[in-house]
Design a protein around this ligand. Structure first.
Ligand code: C2E
Ligand code: MG
Ligand code: MG
Ligand code: MG
Length: 288
């Protein structure tokens, strides 16, 4: 009986495996056409000044608007794009759409875009990003690039030179998901970061987990002494926001302020808040 059960388990396992391999292959072929058809679109998540509650800008988060499956989240397709050499193209397509959408937003608002460590192996990455900025008319000074901690940059010298070119244009650099990766402190020295983002796994539990509180405290103090401002991600309630303010964290984002929105929704939100560049109410004020 055991033998039969064992064989059945194998048969089940093989079929499950086969299905997952097939699902992945479908994702890959789907992605190949989704990128040029701009089915991978930018969503935007508010970033706010914790002291005033004002919107300072948005983080750009990729979503796949699949023609039959609905909205697919990045955790499903970014790894596939990374493994199949499509991440560079995907990223530039999302940036192009995001820069175009943000052109008529208030000039004080910034955009933060995520890039994959794999993209830092492309010697032309900085040129491609700068070209996209020039073609869309979005100013480099309002762009921040977020790099997630990763094991090690395959070619650190190349990564440093790409980042140097970006910073020369006035683009800022943030270290994303700080504290979750391998050798966080080494990363801080490897590249000239302008900001640290504390991962939501620490932020969310800051009130009920002494370790998380200690870690967030320490990161904020580290930022202070290195002169790097801190953004906290994953703020879901007022109490967490208050605590972060008290600790000295200046910027935050999370569902407390709003879920990531498509470009049309952001436009409506900004119109309500009088944060569009050419909003009639604003020019009206200037006239009187
Ligand atoms: P991330 O850059 O750390 O982005 C923050 C993630 O946390 C987003 O998930 C966001 O929706 C989610 N989040 C924000 N506030 C809250 C909150 O209050 N509570 C909770 N539970 N979650 C919150 P999302 O959009 O699923 O993105 C997942 C990851 O995918 C991102 O993590 C980023 O690493 C990656 N990603 C997204 N878009 C791109 C892209 O265009 N290129 C690359 N390379 N990676 C991307
Ligand atoms: Mg990010
Ligand atoms: Mg993050
Ligand atoms: Mg994260």
């Amino acid at each position: 009986a055991a033998k039969v059960a064992g064989r059945n388990r194998h048969a089940w396992f093989d079929r499950a495996m086969e299905r997952s391999i097939q699902a992945r292959a479908e994702l890959e072929t789907g992605l190949r056409i989704a990128i040029p058809q701009a089915q991978i679109v930018p969503f935007f998540e508010q970033q706010v000044d914790l002291a005033t509650g004002r919107i300072t800008g948005f983080e750009v988060l990729a979503r796949w608007e699949h023609p039959t499956r609905g909205l697919i989240m990045p955790d499903m397709f970014i790894p596939v794009a990374e493994q199949t050499g499509m991440i560079g193209e995907l990223s530039l397509s999302v940036m192009r759409q995001a820069f175009t959408a943000a052109r008529d937003w208030d000039a004080g608002l910034t955009l933060s875009v995520n890039i994959s460590p794999i993209q830092l192996r492309d010697a032309w990455l900085a040129q491609k990003i700068i070209k996209t900025l020039v073609e869309t008319g979005f100013p480099a000074s309002r762009l921040e690039i977020e790099i997630t901690e990763s094991a090690l940059f395959e070619n650190l010298a190349l990564a440093q030179s790409i980042v140097g070119s970006l910073k020369n244009q006035g683009i800022a650099l943030a270290l994303d998901d700080f504290g979750t990766g391998y050798s966080s402190l080494a990363h801080l020295r490897a590249l000239p970061f302008d900001r640290i983002k504390i991962d939501k796994s620490f932020v969310g539990s800051i009130l009920d987990n002494a370790e998380s509180a200690a870690i967030v405290n320490t990161i904020v103090r580290l930022g202070d002494s290195l002169n790097l401002p801190i953004t906290a991600e994953g703020i879901e309630d007022d109490a967490v926001e208050k605590r972060l303010c008290a600790i000295g964290c200046t910027k935050g984002q999370g569902y407390l302020y709003g879920r990531p929105l498509g470009a049309a929704h952001v436009r409506r939100l900004l119109a309500e808040k009088r944060l569009l560049a050419q909003h009639p109410a604003v020019s009206g004020l200037v006239d009187t």
